[in-house]
Structures are given as structure tokens and as C-alpha cells.
Ligand binder design. Sequence first.
Ligand SMILES: [Mn+2]
Length: 315
Amino acid sequence: MADLQRAAELLLGWDNILILSHRSPDGDTLGSASALSRALIALGKSVQFRCADEIPEKFAYMFSGVRFGDFEPEKIVSVDVADKALLGTLEPLGEKVDLAIDHHATHRFFAKETWVDGKAAAACQLIAKLIPALGAEITPEIADCLYTGISTDTGCFKYPNATPETYRIAADLIECGAHAADINRVMFDTKSRAAIELLKRVYSDMEFYCDGRCAVLCLTKAMIAETGAKEGDLDGVAAIVRQVEGVQFGITIRERGENEYKVSLRATEPADAAAVCAQFGGGGHKGAAGCTFFTTLEEAKTRIIAACGDALHLQ
Ligand SMILES: [Mn+2]
């Protein structure tokens, strides 16, 4: 198992590096990839970046001005990727990853070397330590990328994963020039008209089970298409179900393909989302986890609600 020093040592010895983010990219995987790319390029290395899915518009600023190279990759680094299946259509590259940098306690080892810290709130927290260890500077642009990842993975510092260290790193990033207030507004307050249309549907369709301790909402492709919502508009929807008083498990079921449903589970302590999702081959953190069902929507819903119900009885 690699650590900070080992990860820095490896990267300093490498060139022509391909960095991979997970599918349905979020602020953390993209912030880690863009910050690390900028630092490695500043050190004179050639870097490429790939992600199976498109980068949501609101994260585009993190890559602006980054000069990626055109070369045959010699080394591959994944960031914030807990399992090679999460590379989506790039999964075949999972076998070839030389270094995985991640913060998921449920990390499924797939790379030749792995630096995982399950206590870090965001992969960006690890990258924030790695960049100075590489001898590179945290520029204002890099600080913006890292702050974005930390802010988004902690729900704007509201989740219990935000530790004193998280705040200290965020404070350092602000000192390095991160535009914290602007980033927080764009990530958490600004919503498109389509997102508001989707929220109207989501609020009216929410269902409750287990004496109100489980809340469920379903996002079908038809619903998303009818409201005109884009990928970026769906961020934060999974957090809504947990806002309801008394809800310990917030379940969001999203249609991904025919008979393919992705469950995003949010839990309030002592409920454990990762433990429930692990029963269905998924994983994540105690407060937020996910799993996929290859079945009908009704069946997926029944099974996840039953598992949450069982977990609540055991408490
Ligand atoms: Mn993350």
C-alpha cells in the first residue's frame, strides 16, 4: 500500500501520464484530476485526462487553460475511483492503472499501487498534500480545483466527513487564492430552470416507508427528459431525501438503462449506507453509498427498501 511519500516518488519518476476520473464525474474526481494535471504539467510532465462521461458545464472552469499532451501514455493514475467498474466505458483501462489515489474506505484494489485514505473527506484532500510533496506550487487555479472537490464531497462542509483537517486544508487553499464563496454559490445555490422543474417533480413524487424513516425518490429517464434537466442539474438531488425530519435512509433510484437502476443511498447516523449497499455489490461511505440493480424499477425499489428496513431494525 502506497502512502503520500510513495505516491510523490512514483509521480516524480514518471512522464506521459494519463489521469482517469470516475464515470458520472463529480467535483472531487474532476478537482483531483485537474489539480494534479496542472501540477504535473508545471513540473514539465506531459499529461492527458480521460473520463467515460462528459464533464458537466459547471465544472468546466477547472480544466480551462490546461494544456494536455498528445502521446502514448506510459503511466496511468486514477483519482477518486473506488472500483475499476466505476471507470464506466474506460473500465478496460482499470487493469492498467499504475497508481490509484482514493479516499473510499470500500476501495476495491485494482491498481499496481494504491494510496487510499478512508478518513479523508475528499480525494482532493490527498491531492492538496501531494502537490507540495511533488515540489509544485498550489496556484490559485489549483486551489480552486481542490476547494471545489472538498466543498462538493462534504456538502459544503455540512457532512460529518468534514474533519478539523478538512477545514485546515480548505483554509490553506483559500490562502492560496481559492475563490471559496464563488465556488460555493455556483455548486450549491445556483440552479438552472430545468433543475427547478425537476425538483418540483421530485418533491411531489417523494414516498415514505418504514414509519417515515426511509424516503424514496425515483428519477426516470422520461422525467429527466420532460424537464430538460442535464447531468449537472441532478447533483444534490440525492441529498434532498435526507432533508426530511426523521428520515435516516434517503434513497434515490435513477434509471440508467433498460432494467438498470442506480441507487444513491444517504444515511444519517447511526444508519450505515455503505453496509446496506454492500449487500448488493455496491459501496461507498457510511453517510453516502451506491449500488446498481439490474432489474425492474419496482423490484429495485422493493429490495433496497427492505434492506434499509432490516438495517433500521438491527439498530
Ligand atoms: Mn470523492
